[in-house]
Design a protein around this ligand. Structure first.
Ligand code: FE2
Length: 228
């Protein structure tokens, strides 16, 4: 993706998020220079990979295959292992109309995916076989806002604004906005996007950036190169 395209997506996403009354934390609006100057203050932000995150899954076609995310908070593996402290994470995301987040599951993370407003959120669902691969026959069991649901393999679950689904590590899911763009919340266990995503297709989790202009804000995938 070109950096100019990333900058535009950030601006549009910020407007969309604000239109629902949701507000991002102050560091969201820091410049790359401020992030560098305050490097010592933000080590927790960097290590937890909090902040802006745009992905085209390395495929270069963001409108068709992509997701906007902002990680608002994220705990630590140490707390998760000892079973206390900050074992949780929160993201705010946007799926545009018919913009697919491709079929994947997680290894450790259980996540609640919440329709925070806009259009319907559609999720195509499968469960795992004993090897962790997609089971194309078995029914899928999930909970939507505390209510047990049984779906057939490959069914599409539709969540209207206010609705949510709890996805366990074995639940394969792909999702997109249906009929318009959707603001999505994610409340989950500690999140590690470098190691916890298993995709059906051989794709990447992060975009490659072509630096045609200066970044408006750093993405979490920029932290290693820009902030060392
Ligand atoms: Fe997921």
């Amino acid at each position: 993706m070109k950096r100019s395209e990333v900058n535009n997506i950030l601006s549009e996403a910020d407007d969309f998020i604000k239109s629902f009354g949701f507000r991002l934390p102050p560091f969201a609006y820091w410049s790359p220079e401020t992030m560098r100057e305050r490097r010592d203050d933000i080590s927790a932000i960097i290590s937890a990979r909090m902040g802006w995150d745009i992905t085209d899954y390395g495929q270069g076609d963001f409108d068709r295959l992509g997701l906007f995310l902002f990680t608002v908070r994220n705990g630590t593996q140490e707390d998760l292992k000892r079973g206390g402290g900050m074992c949780y994470a929160e993201k705010i995301m946007i799926s545009r109309q018919d913009q697919i987040s491709p079929m994947h599951r997680h290894i450790f993370k259980t996540e609640d995916i919440i329709n925070r407003g806009g259009a319907d959120l559609a999720l195509k669902m499968y469960t795992s076989d004993s090897a962790g691969n997609i089971d194309r026959d078995a029914d899928v069991y999930v909970t939507t806002d505390g209510i047990q649901r049984q779906l057939s393999a490959g069914d599409t679950l539709r969540l209207s604004p206010g609705e949510s689904v709890t996805l366990a590590p074995g639940n394969w899911h792909a999702f997109w906005g249906e009929g318009g763009d959707v603001l999505i919340g994610e409340v989950s266990a500690v999140n590690n996007d470098l190691t916890d995503n298993i995709f059906e297709a051989p794709i990447g989790r992060f975009a490659k950036i072509d630096e045609d202009v200066a970044p408006l804000h750093l993405l979490v995938s920029d932290y290693d190169t820009w902030l060392g």
